[in-house]
Design a protein around this ligand. Structure first.
Ligand code: IPE
Ligand code: IPE
Ligand code: MG
Length: 246
């Protein structure tokens, strides 16, 4: 079994993003409520963050709650928000011990006040940390992000701040939630689903995709190490030929 220690630290993905999926099915398999799956999913978040710290990763982005997830039953949404608040409270110490800086992407203003306040505080209290940047995607939707970016740019064009000829990838990037993050190198989705579900559409243009048929609460160090090892054996050509790279 591959472990974190087996990984070549010279060829790490700079930015790892994960679609943490399968909490509900994990719980259902055990005859429990979906909420039980989310509670156990939080434990996997904790161990995954720790493993990424051990590895020395620079950026980890976790798809925590999508714009579409608001359409779930109220009880489930409320539980997820409550879990967010209690986890942040519990993890602050560990973040600081592990030099983790918290960051968010998404429509944070749409979250309950309590969650917004807890996020604000945790971000503030970890802002000087220089190790892993942990980004939680909360009320995040890629289409909403791109729509907002287009709106902001259109307003700047209208007000003569930007001229249309100058709109380039850099300008678009600076209008995204992810303006301070590098492109995603490796995207992992758990649970066996093979889809992106409105996550980081622009930012994964050249990411390596890795799908694993394991529910999120069961995702462990070996699965993570295996995914990174698999990534390290791929040739990222970015449109060039293999010969050009060698
Ligand atoms: C992922 O697990 C967690 C969130 C989307 C918040 P799910 O809740 O989607 O679990 P499944 O996919 O229904 O099993
Ligand atoms: C994607 O999972 C969102 C998160 C992991 C937060 P979903 O379970 O919501 O995705 P779909 O609905 O199966 O595509
Ligand atoms: Mg799901």
């Amino acid at each position: 079994m591959t472990t974190i220690e087996d990984i070549d630290k010279e060829k790490l993905p700079r930015h790892l993003a994960i679609i943490m999926d399968g909490n509900g099915r994990w719980a259902k398999e055990r005859g429990k409520l979906r909420v039980f799956g989310h509670e156990n999913g939080v434990k996997t978040v904790r161990s995954t963050v720790e493993n990424c710290v051990k590895l020395g990763l620079e950026y980890l982005t976790l798809y925590t709650f999508s714009t579409e997830n608001w359409n779930r039953p109220k009880l489930e949404v409320d539980t997820l928000m409550r879990l967010l608040v209690s986890s942040l409270r519990k993890e602050l110490k560990t973040f600081n011990k592990n030099n983790v800086r918290l960051n968010t992407i998404g429509n944070i203003a749409s979250l309950p006040q309590k969650a917004q306040k807890e996020l604000e505080e945790t971000i503030l209290k970890t802002q000087k940390n220089t190790g892993l940047t942990l980004t939680l995607a909360l009320s995040y939707g890629s289409r909403e992000e791109l729509t907002n970016a287009m709106k902001q740019i259109a307003i700047k064009v209208k007000n003569n701040i930007i001229s249309p000829e100058n709109i380039d990838e850099t300008i678009i990037n600076t209008h995204l939630y992810t303006q301070n993050l590098p492109d995603v190198d490796l995207l992992i989705r758990t649970s066996g689903e093979h889809r992106i579900s409105n996550f980081l559409l622009w930012q994964i243009a050249y990411a390596e995709l890795y799908f694993i048929d394991v529910f999120w609460p069961n995702f462990n160090e070996h699965h993570l190490a295996e995914a990174i090892k698999n990534y390290q054996n791929r040739e990222r050509r970015f449109g060039k030929t293999s010969e050009q790279l060698n």
